[in-house]
Ligand binder design. Sequence first.
Ligand SMILES: Nc1nc2c(c(=O)[nH]1)N[C@H]1C(S)=C(S)[C@@H](COP(=O)(O)OP(=O)(O)OC[C@H]3O[C@@H](n4cnc5c(=O)[nH]c(N)nc54)[C@H](O)[C@@H]3O)O[C@H]1N2
Ligand SMILES: Nc1nc2c(c(=O)[nH]1)N[C@H]1C(S)=C(S)[C@@H](COP(=O)(O)OP(=O)(O)OC[C@H]3O[C@@H](n4cnc5c(=O)[nH]c(N)nc54)[C@H](O)[C@@H]3O)O[C@H]1N2
Ligand code: SF4
Ligand SMILES: [Mo]
Length: 765
Amino acid sequence: MNKDNIEIEKSDIKIINTGCCHDCGGRCTLKAHVKDGKIIRFETDNGEDPQLRACLRGRAYRQKVYHPDRLKYPMRRIGERGEGRFERISWDEALDIVANKMKEIKEKYGNSSILFVPGSGNQGMLHGVVPVGLMLNQFGGYTRMWGAPSYEGALFASMATYGTMMTGNAREDLFNSKLIIMWGWNPANTIWDPGTPLMLAKGREKGIKIINIDPIFTDSAAVLADQWIPIRPGTDTAMLIAMAYVIITGNLQDQNFIDKYTVGYDKYKAYIMGQADGIPKTPQWAEEITKVPAETIISLAKEYALNKPAALMAGWGPARTALGEQYSRAANVLCVITGNIGIDGGYASGFMRAYYSRETVSSTRKKKTGPIKQEEKKEVEKKQTPRGNPVDFRAPPRIDALHKLRGGTNPASTRIHFNEYYDAILQGRKGGYPADLKMAYIAAENRLNQYSNVNKGVKALKSLEFIVVHEQFMTPTAKFADILLPVNTFMERNDIAVPWLGSPYYIYLNKAIDSLYESKSDLEICKELSKKLGIEPGLLNLSEDQILRIFTSPRKDIKSYDEMKRDGFYKVKVDETFVAFKEQIADPENNPFPTLSGKIEIYCEHIAELNIPNMPPIPKYLSHEEHYDAPLAKKYPLQLLTSHNKRRTHSSINMIPWLEEVEPHMVWINPVDAELRKIEHGDLVDIFNDRGRVRIPANVTERVIPGAVVIYQGAWYNPNEEGVDVGGCGNVLTKDSRSPGGAFPMNSALVQVELYSKKESEGSS
Ligand SMILES: Nc1nc2c(c(=O)[nH]1)N[C@H]1C(S)=C(S)[C@@H](COP(=O)(O)OP(=O)(O)OC[C@H]3O[C@@H](n4cnc5c(=O)[nH]c(N)nc54)[C@H](O)[C@@H]3O)O[C@H]1N2
Ligand SMILES: Nc1nc2c(c(=O)[nH]1)N[C@H]1C(S)=C(S)[C@@H](COP(=O)(O)OP(=O)(O)OC[C@H]3O[C@@H](n4cnc5c(=O)[nH]c(N)nc54)[C@H](O)[C@@H]3O)O[C@H]1N2
Ligand code: SF4
Ligand SMILES: [Mo]
């Protein structure tokens, strides 16, 4: 090709500043190179630090946009639910069916029979679940979920200890730490705001020591850490408590801090010393439980206490367990007794977000301190009108909602926990649930795949009268729809993404190409459906630009909407590095903590009042039904982890061939466990328990500790005729329950593994 041709070719290409807004810990820039209405490549932020640089998943997104399996037109189910047989119908017909069915169900059973199942597929302000929620509110409301699978355990612990979710320091503050402990935290893969992995790498180059604690030798352990401490899954609370033992018995605690800012230290100390149960929580005690040598526990405890300021980054993976909030509480308390709160380079652990200023999260700014008076209680309950869902309106709070009065999320008693809704569908009011559910409105969510106990989910979804799904692909969930509506992608509409953890920037996703096939945005669908439902479309009637301007207008940190739209991003200038609780520490008289006592609660009176089993007012190490030492472990001796990996964002991009190459889907198993079962690398194996059976190849690797196996979350459930999932969805095996504090037990399932067939026999028989 000669030079002139290249010039001509270049001038044919339009570069659109847009972005990726997956629910993956990032929100990043993409520059789409568009030729003849088609995206031919992506570039990303190559500018100054901090870059908003897209990762492998975002840069492979083109293979999702142009994937041959994209849903192309509206469809009506003609086979059994789950079978995947559909016929093409027109938009008009599809929306007529949905509208008529919704009206009929509302008339017959009332709005609470409509379950809205919102998912994380799109993280923009405008599309995905947002218009569906607005539409359903106008329609008279719906039954809503509570509980975030991401962090419910950590959130509970944060509210119990500090009375707020706003516990994180700005990411840059990590440079002020002497020691960073990445506890069950793998930002090399999970990102936690785009700059984080690079920042950790640079911090280490500067001499900051980084220690990682995880049953898996993750990419973060490999590339960001100086030391990896493998631990038995679900036992972290014991290790944290034993570290507190070392610190307290060695008189290394920050007693001034404890005396001035906390309540309940003595009760925690009594537990640690074994005053009531006769068991001092020594490193030797913890070694038995955690498999971490006592010596390692002692030296880590001393290192943490003596190298102030130190940042204990307690990730959400270990909190996604059967009693997850105990781990998060124990981590918080360790930060507290060493006085690592409210100081540069410290970290409160807590909710683990990385705010850059108090103003960034308005809902967590509310300060309420001191004992709550009866009138105040009533006042708060009256105000509970969460975003205008009439079914929630003025419903009394859930009785177990610790944070119901203090700015936390999900308080209404009309709500059903996300991981309990199969039971709720199957049992309804008779089973003690707040509603008899008849229809599900599912948007941006691969529900069946992403929540526990898929086989029960199949039964539950089959029992509903009507299911409508907005999707881009024929996911395992979409196969259960009665009406399936094709949705466009990030590239086919305008939207704005707010960073996942509150870092100082915004992404403007400019539309790069027209919607492919007959797909529409969720906004367009809801606008048209509103008309057929005979409801006032309100905001939905406005243009994308008009709505985005309305949504961003309260955000005073966006100085220029137009600049943001032009560039595809907006980096906010920040003068000061935000450190959570700085005011509370500097001037406690005028800035009490937003807890009942006004202090940090090592002992939480509010929890004591609730008096719920397995929810002690101080953090405690407790066993449970699917723990390594439970009777069930005799039958199912391996602990299953279902962590987040680099090739996927949940189940959203499971179909991208480039990413499949990055990490083929296999169950990770240690050579010790593999050998016992005569399993070699690449053999096809069954992973099973009483809830189901999964069949995928084995990755025999020392990167996971003996006794644990890993099926990374997000692979698509694909049952064969015998009901064995050959797609490899970990949730076939996880339990559909929750901890008392709301944590999801996705890393607390006991399983067995057995050889199904040798690798060599593949294709030869
Ligand atoms: N690539 C990618 N990134 C993502 C996502 C994604 O799907 N893909 N999802 C995003 C979302 S929505 C979320 S909520 C976050 C989730 O972020 P995290 O919850 O932090 O991610 P996980 O990988 O589940 O868990 C982190 C680490 O905890 C470890 N772990 C699990 N159980 C235990 C335990 O008992 N003890 C210890 N010490 N460690 C344990 C896991 O092995 C893993 O390495 O990630 C976000 N980032
Ligand atoms: N075992 C196990 N399970 C887990 C986890 C775990 O660690 N272990 N992690 C949990 C966590 S933290 C989370 S956040 C959840 C996430 O679970 P989900 O919220 O269900 O996320 P995805 O699986 O990515 O499904 C999103 C779907 O939305 C579709 N989609 C994308 N964009 C749009 C759009 O604009 N509109 C519409 N209508 N659809 C769109 C995608 O194609 C995809 O099918 O998974 C949870 N599940
Ligand atoms: S997948 Fe996440 S980290 Fe990767 S480019 Fe997209 S938003 Fe950024
Ligand atoms: Mo999540």
